[in-house]
Ligand binder design. Structure first.
Ligand code: PGA
Length: 247
């Protein structure tokens, strides 16, 4: 299994930000892990050009469940693919919160992504209130069951565990808490998709930074990271790539 360091730029970046991509691929020409940046959709094609010939992959941050049609403001999986994306983040908690995305919608989007030849990065994670109420595994299990398409393969799916309360807050779960959730995800996936589950990359996301990356990557069943804020700066994301490559 090739580990994956994925950056999520969220709604940040104009063409000036592509200088960070160039710096990243210059500093990390041949990392041992897979390296991915998901910029805003407006930048994917330019980012693909800027990263041509490098080991950096590109992804989208959302797609529509339909292949085309009357969906003003939306973007299809095939459009992302055509622009140069190989992955798409789906069901991020910000989309679940801002756009009311349900597990069923995330699953439909994941199927559309797979049909277009993209690998979906399906996000799951509990709120702080849910963790405090002891519901973490129940919430995550339901999200996983509802969001992951039937018949997903190891090569055709990535799952990201992102506790909502750890995103952009500088707070992270303890290492045993991360280990508990990732072991649970691996098991639950095995019930859902069988032996392929062993090869699905399980990313941790939420306030990953250079100073905590190595200890998080040492946790069993953590196969990479989904990184928000720290992915905007080549030096920070590069340090995370280096930590994952060494893990
Ligand atoms: P963060 O975001 O690294 O800024 O906490 C992670 C994410 O939302 O993917």
């Amino acid at each position: 299994m090739r580990k994956l360091a994925a950056g999520n730029w969220k709604m940040n970046g104009t063409p000036a930000a592509l200088a960070e991509l160039t710096a990243l691929v210059t500093a990390h020409p041949d990392p041992a892990c897979e390296m991915l940046i998901c910029p805003p959709a407006t930048l994917i094609a330019q980012a693909a050009w800027a990263a041509r010939g490098s080991r950096l992959g590109l992804g989208g941050q959302d797609c529509h469940a339909s292949a085309s049609g009357a969906h003003t403001g939306d973007i299809s999986a095939a459009m992302l693919k055509d622009a140069g994306a190989a992955y798409v983040i789906l069901g991020h908690s910000e989309r679940r919160a801002d756009h009311g995305e349900t597990d069923a919608q995330v699953q439909a989007k994941a199927l559309a992504a797979q049909a277009a030849g993209l690998v979906p990065i399906v996000c799951v994670g509990e709120t702080e209130a849910q963790r405090d109420a002891g519901q973490t595994l129940a919430v995550i299990g339901a999200q996983l069951d509802g969001s992951v398409p039937e018949g997903a393969t190891a090569a055709g799916l990535v799952v990201a565990y992102e506790p909502v309360w750890a995103i952009g807050t500088g707070r992270t779960p303890t290492l045993p808490q991360i280990a508990e959730v990732h072991a649970f995800l691996r098991n639950r996936l095995a019930h859902r998709i069988g032996p392929e589950a062993a090869g699905v990359r399980l990313l941790y996301g939420g306030s990953v930074k250079p100073s905590n990356a190595a200890e998080i990557f040492a946790v069993p069943d953590v196969d990479g990271a989904l990184v928000g804020g720290a992915s905007l700066k080549a030096a920070d994301f590069g340090a995370i790539v280096a930590a994952l490559s060494a893990a």
